[in-house]
Design a protein around this ligand. Structure first.
Ligand code: UTP
Length: 414
């Protein structure tokens, strides 16, 4: 039995439909529903739904943001940044966070995205590729680098099992720390909670911007402090060329006195599906490809280069202070219209053919605007970007494998 008091809170909030099948549930299912209800902040549901109607295009001034181009650094600067970055790493002040809590819906792989195998030409999982790169940097700087993996309720167990089954890819087990991001309920088009099962409300991971709250709430920041970490690289799981321990980037950000930085690369064309770095009302910002006007997307300077062409590739570096500050702040949520199966009023499971529900996600780059400045470091696409997003076509395993092999033949390494 679900407590009456708890039930009433949801009924008062107009969400009584979730108890329509209560009489059919066994004890175990009631417990599952009750536990889930306790974890959902009922007062937040209306606020989430109100976001659907919000106009995000409020008056704002978009201006360009300066960036450093890695290939244009003088030899002297390059060596200085490399040596400063390596020194920070060798003092044990560097950690890596891999965000692996996403659903990977476009790829459609059955399991966490990091457990997907590519052929380069050996078969290797996305997690192991990142681990190899970390191991190479550990060997170069002579100090172990703690590796934090962000998972979600949906894929946490499978992720841990995969690491265990693969003996942590030979990385020190005590240097790997898993933590779960938080979940948010999905809402249908009239603002009602979606029933995934008769005893279960549909929830989704709260977006990669959930990392700040999740790191603070799960003791990750404390663990980092205990280890003496000062700089944190945060990247995604699905870029198989991610340089997750790049001393030059670290040295650049640290020497320039920035608290945060992001790698960028030049957009392939004005309409590539990637957000670009800019300033919004004077603060660092990433404007999404869906939100940028064609005038700004196509704008070029007198050298013919895109003015808003530095794509954000989810390779960011933060001083630990940023995480301490942002962890308690909470970022705004963005709305995505998604297809999700649900239990209808008669108790039937329906698989819709078009989007039928809203998912709410925070974006990591919304944290940038809390700072006046950040370091943008433009790198070469062919060296650092081979994303796997789709099953086939653009940004698929096929394109990423080719990019990886081209890079490996150029550098003869991982
Ligand atoms: P994407 O935005 O590409 O999402 O994530 P995704 O879940 O991998 O794929 P789709 O959109 O469902 O097809 C970019 C990176 O951010 C992580 C992902 O795991 C990936 O590394 N991410 C995304 C999270 O860790 N949590 C989230 O809630 C969302």
């Amino acid at each position: 039995m679900i407590s009456e008091q708890l039930k009433q809170k949801f009924i008062d909030a107009g969400q009584g439909h979730i108890f329509n099948f209560e009489k059919e549930l066994n004890n175990e299912q009631c417990d599952i529903l009750e536990k889930q209800l306790k974890s959902i902040d009922v007062t937040m549901i209306d606020n989430l739904y109100a976001l659907n109607k919000e106009n995000n295009n409020e008056d704002c001034e978009i201006t360009p943001i300066p960036c450093a181009v890695q290939s244009e650094l003088s030899r002297e600067d390059y060596e200085k940044y490399n040596s400063v970055g390596t020194e920070i790493m060798s003092k044990g002040e560097y950690a890596v966070v891999t965000m692996a809590g996403g659903q990977g819906t476009r790829l459609g792989h059955n399991g966490p995205k990091g457990t997907y195998y590519v052929e380069i030409p050996e078969k290797i999982s996305l997690f192991e590729i990142q681990c190899r790169r970390l191991k190479a940097q550990v060997a170069a700087c002579g100090k172990e680098i703690p590796w934090y993996i962000m998972t979600s309720a949906e894929n946490d167990a499978a992720t841990r099992e995969f690491f265990e089954a693969n003996n942590y890819f030979g990385y020190s087990k005590e240097m790997i720390y898993f933590f779960k991001q938080y979940m948010l309920p999905m809402l249908d088009e009239s603002g009602k909670l979606v029933l995934e099962e008769k005893y279960k409300i549909k929830e989704g991971a709260d977006g990669h911007g959930g990392i700040f709250r999740a790191m603070l709430g799960n003791g990750v920041i404390d663990d980092m402090k205990r280890r003496g970490v000062k700089w944190i690289f945060v990247g995604g799981i699905d870029n198989i060329l991610v340089q997750l321990a790049d001393p030059c980037f670290l040295g650049y950000i640290s020497c320039c006195g920035y608290k945060l930085g992001g790698k960028s690369l030049i957009k392939r064309d004005p309409y590539e599906k990637a957000g670009v770095f800019c300033k919004k009302n004077g603060k660092p910002f990433v404007v999404e490809y869906t939100e940028i006007s064609s005038e700004l997307a196509e704008m070029v300077d007198d050298k013919g280069e895109f003015v808003y062409g530095d794509a954000h590739i989810l390779c960011n570096l933060f001083n630990i202070e940023v995480f301490e500050k942002m962890g308690s702040k909470g970022l705004p949520y963005h709305v995505a219209h998604k297809k999700t199966s649900y239990i209808d009023e008669s108790g039937n499971k329906i698989t819709p053919e078009k989007p039928n529900a809203y998912k709410y996600e925070a974006f990591i780059f919304d944290a940038f605007a809390y700072y006046d400045n950040m370091g943008i470091f433009r790198v070469k696409r062919e060296h650092e970007f081979a994303p796997i997003k789709n099953k086939s076509g653009e940004d698929s395993p096929e394109t990423a494998q080719k990019l990886y092999l081209d890079y490996a033949s150029e550098t003869k390494g991982v």
